[in-house]
Design a protein around this ligand. Structure first.
Ligand code: FDA
Length: 386
């Protein structure tokens, strides 16, 4: 099958474009991925001993308020009614997150009303004036006051960045949500849930089209394979969702990322922590959180009752050989990115950059899908119909 479009990367961005071009325009699409599976970072697989679905690149919770995206994703999967909630173990005691009236009353051993709690936090936050903040610590104190900051934010953030918080720039956080109700639902979106048959079944349905040809374990920069950069740019329209700096041979500098290390274990208990995600904000614990994957699907009655899968998550700066997860976005990165944008403008008009790696920004799944749908309608479809 000869290809009308080459898509580099089979994550949600690349597959959304591929599916639209194949289904809506009736054109042939080749999708390549350097990994041995489709789905990018949303890929999941059953843990072999227990059958419990584990999200291989970190926990993925689907949520959106974008109606066209919700309508689109429901073509490929239905969703459970899972609602995400997170707890935090601080000094041997478990608190609800995000910080809410329950957290505040438990922490201060009080029974504050919403307005009393609001007044207390405002008073504590006055220690630092919002206009005079010079680092992340001062910013956080100006938002939620010192006691809650020191318990739930300081050491957790230091672990995430492997840097003391008073040495981190203030702009890493713009806000720290505090809810003056007992609502501890993590997301506020209209729609939330997990794909009933798992992420991989959803992703495979997107790719399962007679006009889509998926080629795995194929690196776009490997010139020994036919779909490489040298032989395709200018020859065939391309949607590139790999790292933008790599596309340009790091000519404008390497963009910096944080990565995660995962330590997975099967335990001989039916329930380890009673919830999918438990945060560990204290410096005495080396990991940031523990995921217990069975809790994402309480409806799955085929999961074993005497075994469970837990994954401890550690955070650190990525080297070039690591999986890039979260853009660090230093001033130097932002400068490099401007240079890369100019280089992109100089590329042929049928090379489109997209997705989290191609644009160097954190995107939730619904954002990656939404921006792929926009790129398709605004640029790719008009290009093929001109
Ligand atoms: P994605 O990274 O998924 O796909 C890019 C693909 O390109 C990869 O498969 C890669 O192998 C391939 N590729 C790169 N270079 C290549 C090359 N040279 N040649 C061939 N292939 C190449 N979102 C959300 O909504 N809820 C959540 O709970 C989470 N949780 C979460 C946790 C963690 C740890 C991370 C890092 C991310 C999330 N996300 C999330 C975000 C979610 O993962 C993200 O929205 C999608 O992965 C974006 O899809 P993309 O297609 O843009 O990238």
């Amino acid at each position: 099958m000869s290809a009308d479009l080459l898509v580099v990367g089979s994550g949600f961005f690349g597959l959304t474009v591929a599916e639209r071009v194949a289904e809506d325009l009736g054109l042939n699409v080749t999708v390549i991925d350097q990994r041995s599976h489709v789905g990018g970072n949303a890929y999941s697989a059953p843990e072999p001993e227990t059958g419990i679905e584990v999200h291989q690149y970190g926990a993925h919770l689907f949520h959106t308020s974008n109606e066209p995206v919700w309508e689109y994703v429901n073509r490929f999967t239905s969703f459970t009614n899972y609602q995400h909630r997170v707890y935090s173990t601080h000094k041997g005691e478990v608190y609800p997150l995000p910080i809410n009236l329950g957290t505040i009353n438990q922490f201060f051993r009080a029974a504050y009303s919403p307005s009393e709690a609001r007044a207390l936090i405002a008073e504590q936050a006055r220690e630092v004036s919002a206009s005079g903040v010079s680092n992340l610590e001062e910013k956080a104190i100006s938002l939620i006051g010192r006691p809650l900051y020191e318990a739930f934010i300081r050491d957790y953030t230091a672990k995430q960045w492997q840097t003391p918080v008073d040495q981190l720039p203030a702009d890493i956080i713009s806000r720290l949500p505090v809810r003056y109700t007992y609502d501890n639902r993590y997301f506020n979106d209209t729609h939330e849930g997990l794909p009933v048959d798992g992420y991989t079944a959803w992703i495979e349905r997107m790719a399962d089209h007679p006009r889509i040809n998926v080629v795995l374990s194929t690196d776009y920069f490997d010139e020994s394979q036919p779909f490489n950069k040298k032989s395709t740019v200018g020859q065939i329209p391309i949607v590139y969702t790999g790292p933008v700096d790599r596309y340009f041979g790091y000519e404008g500098g390497a963009l910096s990322w944080r990565t995660l290390d995962f330590e997975q274990e099967v335990l001989n208990t039916g329930d380890y922590q009673g919830i999918a995600v438990m945060n560990y904000p204290d410096s005495s614990v080396p990991y940031t959180r523990i995921h217990e994957f069975r809790h994402f699907h309480p409806e799955r009655d085929y999961y074993p009752t005497d075994k469970t899968v837990v994954v401890r998550e550690f955070s650190r700066f990525a080297t070039r050989d690591d999986e890039p997860y979260y853009p660090v976005n230093t001033p130097g990165d932002r400068q490099s990115l401007l240079g890369y944008r100019e280089m992109q403008d100089a590329e042929p008009d049928n090379v489109w950059f997209g997705g989290r790696l191609g644009t160097y920004q954190y995107l939730d799944m619904h954002m990656a899908i939404g921006s792929a749908l926009s790129l398709y309608s605004n640029k790719i479809k008009p290009y093929f119909q001109r």
